[in-house]
Design a binder for this molecule. Structure first.
Ligand code: AR6
Length: 182
């Protein structure tokens, strides 16, 4: 473990999201919900075809045009050690007419809200948008920490633990330097 915030309810860790044993892991997806590289590729590769099947069903029934940026949906987790996968679409940095921060905050808020709706106690996030989608890590740290704190303090929920998972030690260190947890 690296460091904790908000009386231990938020834990910053280094690791691979596909190995997390949590009620839900969050996928940094794209609006097709049909897979890609990075976290998304790893989750579908390790999780197996069941997740993709459920994503196709969500596309067919609810989001034929694709999942809008900032929104989140939930599927089971196939062969992953987690129980559920919450798929969210982060903003592509520089392509959102200045709404990047608002949309990134919405990813965290809507993912947490889905976990709360399903009465989940633990959720693990990767660093949404900071890979292929180009969001600067310092800014993402500020936005994500504020969104998480706001949600945990305001909403009715059973969430006991939010894990923030970084692939590399230096990414976690960047986060710790720039986060805004109280
Ligand atoms: N576990 C934890 N973190 C990871 C892992 C992993 N297995 N793999 C990468 N990271 P990205 P995005 C980190 O690109 O920026 C995909 O093609 C990585 O170091 O996965 O939201 C989707 O289909 C980075 O900090 O997500 C979309 O098209 C962070 O996870 C697009 O990329 C996010 O990197 C989404 O881009």
């Amino acid at each position: 473990m690296f460091e904790t915030f908000l009386d231990g309810r938020v834990r910053v860790l280094v690791g691979d999201i596909t190995r997390e044993r949590a009620d839900a892991v969050v996928n940094a997806a794209n609006s097709t919900l049909l897979g890609g590289g990075g976290v998304d590729g790893a989750i579908h590769r390790v999780g197996g075809g069941k997740i993709l099947e459920e994503c196709r069903e969500i596309r067919r029934k609810i989001y034929p045009e694709g999942l809008p940026t900032g929104e989140a949906v939930i599927t089971t987790a196939g062969n992953l050690p987690a129980r559920y996968v919450i798929h969210t679409v982060g903003p592509i940095y520089g392509m959102q007419d200045g709404r990047e921060a608002e949309l990134l905050a919405a990813c965290y808020r809507n993912s947490l809200a889905l976990a709360a709706e399903h009465a989940l106690a633990s959720i693990a996030f990767p660093s949404i948008s900071t890979g292929a989608f180009g969001y600067p890590r310092a800014e993402a740290a500020q936005v994500s920490s504020q969104a998480i704190e706001e949600f945990l303090k305001s909403a009715e929920h059973l969430i006991e633990e939010v894990r923030l998972l970084f692939f590399q030690q230096r990414d976690a260190e960047d986060f710790l330097r720039h986060q805004r947890f109280s």
